[in-house]
Design a protein around this ligand. Structure first.
Ligand code: CDP
Ligand code: CDP
Length: 202
C-alpha cells in the first residue's frame, strides 16, 4: 500500500532533517527531491544544457560530493525554473511517491504538483535569519569558506526565484499544515510531524 507524506518549504527550513527522521520512524522511503535539481545544476558546470542534464540524470549523478555547496544550490534554483527540466523529473518523483510501503518526499512542489493527493501535506518554514544561521553552520562544517551575510543573501535570492517562477512555484498547498520551526528543536519538529502522520494512519 502507498502512503505519501509531502513536505515543502524554503531553503534550510529543516525539511530534510524532519523527513529523514519520520521516514525512519515509519519505515517509509525518503526522497530528497532538491538533490535531483542540485545534480542537474551541477551537470551544467560541465557544459551540458539544463534540459540535457535533467534528461540524462543517473543515480550516479546524485552521489557527487559537491551537491551541498552554495554554488550547486544556486545552479539548482536556476535550472529548476525551466519547465522542461521539471517535466523530465516528474515521473521518477511520482513513482517514488506511490511506492509500496510509504514515502516521504521533500522539496518545493510536492504537495502542489508531484503528489497533490498526498495523505499528509506539510509546509515547513522558519525565519530567514534562523535558516541562514543553520545553513551557514552546515557549510562551515563542510569546509566551505563563506559568511553569514552571504548565506542569508543566497537563501533570499533562491527563495525569491523559487516563489516567483511560473512553473511549480514554491508555495504551500491550500491544504498543507504550516509548521514554523524557528523556535523549535529538531526533536520537537519531528514529534509534531509524527503525531500528524499517526492521526492519518489510525
Ligand atoms: O532540507 P532543508 O534545506 O529544509 O533543511 P535541513 O537540511 O533539514 O536543515 C538545515 C540545518 O538546520 C540542519 O543542519 C539541521 O540540523 C538544522 N535544523 C535545526 O537546527 N533545527 C531544526 N528544527 C531543523 C533543522
Ligand atoms: O536544501 P535546500 O532547501 O537549501 O535546497 P534543496 O531542497 O536542495 O533545493 C535546491 C533548489 O532546487 C531549490 O532552491 C529549488 O530551486 C529547487 N527545487 C525545486 O524547484 N523543486 C523541488 N521539488 C526541490 C528543489
Amino acid at each position: 500500500m502507498s502512503f505519501c507524506v509531502a513536505i515543502d518549504g524554503p531553503a534550510a527550513a529543516g525539511k530534510g532533517t524532519v523527513s529523514r527522521a519520520v521516514a525512519e520512524i515509519f519505515g517509509f522511503g525518503y526522497l530528497d527531491t532538491g538533490l535531483l535539481y542540485r545534480a542537474t545544476g551541477a551537470k551544467t558546470f560541465e557544459g551540458l544544457s539544463p534540459i540535457e542534464a535533467a534528461q540524462s540524470l543517473t543515480a550516479e549523478d546524485l552521489q557527487r560530493d559537491d551537491l551541498r555547496s552554495g554554488d550547486a544550490g544556486q545552479a539548482a534554483s536556476r535550472v529548476a525554473a525551466i519547465a522542461e527540466v521539471r517535466d523530465a523529473l516528474v515521473d521518477f518523483q511520482r513513482a517514488f511517491a506511490r511506492r509500496n510501503g510509504g514515502a516521504v518526499l521533500d522539496g518545493r512542489d510536492i504537495g502542489t504538483v508531484i503528489c497533490p493527493d498526498a495523505e499528509v501535506k506539510l509546509y515547513i518554514t522558519a525565519s530567514d535569519e534562523v535558516r541562514a544561521k543553520r545553513r551557514f553552520d552546515e557549510l562551515i562544517e563542510a569546509g566551505e569558506k563563506t559568511t553569514l551575510d552571504k548565506v542569508l543573501d543566497d537563501l533570499r535570492e533562491r527563495d525569491t526565484r523559487d516563489a516567483a517562477r511560473a512553473t511549480a512555484p514554491l508555495k504551500p498547498a491550500e491544504d498543507a499544515i504550516i509548521i514554523d520551526t524557528s523556535d523549535m528543536t529538531i526533536d520537537a519538529a519531528v514529534a509534531q510531524v509524527v503525531e500528524l502522520i499517526k492521526a492519518r494512519t489510525v
